[in-house]
Design a binder for this molecule. Structure first.
Ligand SMILES: [Zn+2]
Length: 378
C-alpha cells in the first residue's frame, strides 16, 4: 500500500490578506496555489498579484502567521496567511531550503551590522538625541543598504512627484523625438560622474515637472525637473545644479533625513528583517520631498558643485547665475534647490570659491540645443 502523497492532502487554495506595498490599504484575497505560482485573487476574482514559488521570501512575523514577499522587489507587497494548512501547502510547493538559506545569509550580515548600529544608536539617543544620532549613523550605513532603501523610497517618491499620473511617460527622453536630447543629457552626466568618481552609481533622470527644481533621493536617484532645463541658458548652468545635487548624494543628505524621520523604528525594523511597514515608507518619502536643508548643508553642496565643475573644466560660477535667475520665480512645493532669502549670500559664496577665469562650455552648441528638446515629445 502506498502512503498518500502529503501534498495531495493539503489544500490548493485558502484565504489571506494582501498588502500592495503602494498604499496602506489591505485586501482580503483568495490565495490559489497554481502549479508554478502563487496567485492572489480579489473578491471579484481578478488577479491582484502572481508570485513564482522560487521568488518567495519569508519575512519576520508573529507566531502562527506567514508573511511573504518576493525577492529583489523594491515594492513592499506582502501576503499574510494564518491558515496552518495553507501555510504547509505553500511550504510543500516552494523551495524552503533555498529560501531559508537565502534569508539566513541576508539576515546574518544585516543583524551583525544593525546590532552594532542599534546599540550605538541607543547610547547616542540617551546622550544627544535624534538629529545628531542621524548624523552619526548615516555614514555607517553600507551603500548596498542605502541603495535598497533608496529604491523603496524612490518608488514611493516618484508616485508622489508624478502628480498628473503620467506613469512611464513622466520621465523625459524616451519618446522618439527626445532621443537626441537624452543622448546629449547622458553625455553631460557622464562628464560629471567621471569627475565626481562617487563610490556608488547614480540614476539621474529628467521628469515632466514645470518647477525649476531638482531633487536627490537616497541611493543616488536624482530627479531633474523639466522646468529647470527650460530656465537654464547653458549646459554649464544645468551641470552646476546637477553637481550641487551630486553633492547632496555624496554627503548622503537625503539618507540622513531618512534616518532622522524614520528614527529608531527604522533601525529596529531593519534589525527584524523587514525594512518598513508601508505607512512608514509613505511618511518617510513625504518628509524627504518636503525637507529643506539647512544653510550649512546647502553651502556644502554648493562648494561641492564648484569643485566638481572646476575639475571637469566647466564654469563653476554658472550655478550662481542660474540660482539668481530662478530665485525670483519659484513655485510653491518642495524647496530643494532654492531658499529665497539666502540666494544672494549663496551666490556670493559660490563666486568667492569659484574665482575667475575663462572656461570652455561643457557641451557644444549642437548638443546643448538637442538637450533642450529632451522633454519635447509626449
Ligand atoms: Zn540643495
Amino acid at each position: 500500500m502506498n502512503a498518500p502523497d502529503a501534498q495531495t492532502l493539503l489544500p490548493v487554495s485558502g484565504r489571506g490578506v494582501f498588502y500592495d506595498g503602494r498604499s496602506a490599504a489591505h485586501h482580503d484575497v483568495i490565495v490559489e496555489l497554481a502549479p508554478q505560482t502563487l496567485r492572489m485573487h480579489a473578491e471579484d476574482g481578478s488577479v491582484l498579484a502572481e508570485w513564482p514559488y522560487d521568488a518567495l521570501e519569508t519575512h519576520s512575523a508573529p507566531q502562527g502567521l506567514l508573511r511573504l514577499g518576493t525577492a529583489g522587489n523594491p515594492v513592499l507587497a506582502r501576503l499574510e496567511i494564518k491558515d496552518p494548512r495553507l501555510i504547509a501547502a505553500i511550504d510543500a510547493r516552494s523551495t524552503p531550503v533555498d529560501r531559508a538559506e537565502r534569508i539566513e545569509r541576508r539576515l546574518r550580515g544585516k543583524v551583525i551590522f544593525w546590532t552594532i548600529a542599534a546599540t550605538a544608536s541607543l547610547l547616542l539617543v540617551a546622550i544627544v538625541g535624534v538629529p545628531l544620532l542621524a548624523a552619526e549613523i548615516t555614514p555607517l550605513i553600507p551603500y548596498a543598504i542605502e541603495r535598497k532603501l533608496g529604491d523603496t523610497v524612490d518608488a514611493q517618491a516618484r508616485a508622489m512627484l508624478d502628480t498628473d499620473h503620467q506613469g512611464a511617460a513622466f520621465e523625459c527622453g524616451n519618446a522618439a523625438s527626445e532621443r537626441a536630447g537624452r543622448a546629449a543629457f547622458d553625455k553631460l552626466i557622464a562628464a560629471l560622474q567621471a569627475g565626481a568618481a562617487l563610490p556608488f552609481p547614480l540614476n539621474v533622470m529628467v521628469v515632466r515637472k514645470k518647477d525649476a527644481n531638482a531633487i536627490t533621493l537616497p541611493g543616488g536617484h536624482i530627479y531633474v525637473f523639466a522646468g529647470l532645463i527650460d530656465k537654464a541658458q547653458s549646459a554649464d548652468e544645468l551641470a552646476g545644479v546637477i553637481a550641487h545635487e551630486m553633492g547632496h548624494a555624496a554627503h548622503r543628505d537625503s539618507t540622513r533625513t531618512l534616518v532622522e524621520s524614520a528614527g529608531l523604528s527604522f533601525l529596529f525594523g531593519m534589525l527584524l528583517g523587514d525594512f518598513f511597514g508601508g505607512g512608514a515608507v509613505i511618511y518617510t518619502s513625504k518628509t524627504i520631498l518636503q525637507t529643506s536643508y539647512s544653510r550649512a548643508v546647502e553651502a556644502a553642496a554648493d562648494a561641492y558643485s564648484v569643485r566638481l565643475m572646476r575639475r571637469i573644466g566647466g564654469d563653476p560660477r554658472a550655478l550662481g547665475t542660474i540660482l539668481t535667475r530662478i530665485a525670483g520665480s519659484t513655485h510653491p512645493g518642495p524647496k530643494i534647490l532654492i531658499d529665497h532669502p539666502e540666494t544672494p549670500d549663496r551666490v556670493a559664496a559660490i563666486e568667492r570659491l569659484a574665482g575667475s577665469g575663462q572656461t570652455r562650455p561643457l557641451l557644444d552648441s549642437a548638443d546643448w540645443a538637442a538637450l533642450k528638446t529632451i522633454c519635447s515629445g509626449a
